[in-house]
Design a protein around this ligand. Structure first.
Ligand SMILES: *[C@@H]1O[C@H](CO)[C@@H](O)[C@H](O)[C@H]1NC(C)=O
Ligand SMILES: *[C@@H]1O[C@H](CO)[C@@H](O)[C@H](O)[C@H]1NC(C)=O
Length: 384
């Protein structure tokens, strides 16, 4: 029965959604993407150069065999316009969310949580973390999207790709939806996604080294784990694991397109095979978490559709990122060292929170112990 309370909640969610959608629309041409000059300044961190401060973030090393390569233009752009209904999922996503590396990083911060910051139930321990993002990013649009609002927002963004919505709605665990949501919102809108329990230590304007041109980068990622030990496979799913609690991207980035397509197809396949009902927590990492995220990134870096492979001597692998102390650029992807997004873990070469390269602080809730590491992708589960 539709109680008064429910009706009220529904109305509130609806108004929120209208608000978000209209604001998203109007502001995409006005205040959402700040005037090019101000954003350019903040991105280039002219403040510290003007005042003569030494940049905290040392120069990046490019992986030279790939640096400077360009994404090849899709050959079939013409056909896409003519008949999208029969296009593949990946082509539909590419058409709907075109990627332009030369655009500026959108000034959005996206987070998800069960409650909005306005709610008494938001959680006092998350408030300082949530506030840190607004404080460090004046002028950015900062949204904490609840699960109810996410449904409406995604329905608006993905109307023309219904299989994506079908997959999202079919996911059986909140942690799976939370994982999927971050890729979906970044693919459609771009900006920064960060988990609700993650503090911003430095403004994103300082994340990229000064010598990296912003108009040549479309994805910024950090390292979650770099276990330099014989028995790493006992504790981790990949020798290098990229983290997905904080990601910065421009809309339409091919890595996001691919992971959205992958999760959509895997979900619908599992659904048709009746495998979603009994889905186990410990499979999250491979299905939507850091394992599939890491694989998708490596596949992209080794994909000849995006990189000129003729000059390369072999695939990019974990060896290119292990033990790194400064950012590395591979085409339009910047990989930050482990200290940047995982400071303070006291292993794998990560420095502490006060290190100049420490950019965000992720709360591990005591999970950073070997016996818990295997399930690192499921950490969020307990919290939601
Ligand atoms: C999704 O990605 C995983 C890599 O982690 C791969 O094994 C799997 O085949 C992909 N599935 C689809 C449908 O692309
Ligand atoms: C390089 O990576 C691609 C994509 O991940 C893979 O298909 C291929 O087999 C790899 N080649 C080698 C030599 O490892």
């Amino acid at each position: 029965m539709l109680t008064f309370r429910r009706a009220l909640l529904g109305a509130a969610a609806f108004i929120c959604m209208i608000f978000l959608v209209t604001r998203t629309h109007s502001s995409s041409t006005s205040n959402l993407i700040p005037p090019s000059d101000s954003l350019k300044n903040s991105q280039y961190d002219t403040q510290s150069t003007r005042t003569g401060h030494v940049p905290t973030n040392p120069a990046s090393t490019d992986i030279s065999r790939l640096a400077g390569t360009k994404e090849k233009k899709p050959k079939n752009g013409q056909q896409l316009l003519q008949d999208m209904s029969r296009a593949s999922l990946r082509d539909k996503l590419a058409y709907q969310f075109p990627y332009d590396v030369e655009k500026k990083f959108p000034a959005y911060i996206w987070q998800t949580w069960k409650y909005t910051p306005a709610s008494g139930e938001f959680g006092e321990n998350f408030r300082p973390a949530e506030a840190s993002w607004s404080e460090k990013h004046p002028g950015f649009i900062h949204e904490v999207i609840t699960d109810q609002v996410a449904v409406h927002l995604l329905r608006h963004l993905y109307t023309s790709v219904p299989e994506v919505l079908d997959a999202y709605n079919s996911l059986p665990l909140p942690v799976l939806k939370a994982d999927f949501f971050r890729y979906l919102i970044l693919l459609a809108r771009g900006g920064i996604y960060s988990d609700i329990d993650t503090h911003a230590l430095k403004s994103a304007a300082e994340w990229l080294p000064e010598n990296v041109p912003r108009e040549a980068v479309g994805l910024v990622i950090g390292i979650e784990a770099d276990p330099d030990r014989e028995d790493w496979a006992q504790w981790y799913s990949r020798r290098i694991q990229f983290c997905q609690w904080t990601i910065q991207a421009k809309a339409g980035h091919p890595v996001l397109r691919e992971i959205v397509a992958n999760i959509t197809e895997e979900t619908l396949r599992k659904k048709n095979a009746g495998l979603l009902k009994g889905f186990k927590d410990n499979k999250v990492i491979e299905f939507t978490g850091p394992a599939v995220w890491t694989d998708t990134i490596f596949d992209f870096m080794n994909d000849e559709r995006y990189f000129d492979m003729s000059t390369t001597k072999g695939n990019i692998t974990w060896r290119d990122f292990t033990g790194m102390k400064a950012a590395k650029r591979i085409g339009d992807v910047v990989v930050l060292p482990i200290t940047s997004f995982s400071p303070g873990v006291q292993q794998m070469g990560a420095e502490d929170y006060d290190h100049p390269m420490a950019f965000v602080k992720h709360e591990f809730e005591g999970t950073w112990k070997p016996e818990n590491l295997r399930h690192i992708g499921a950490i969020d589960d307990g919290k939601r």
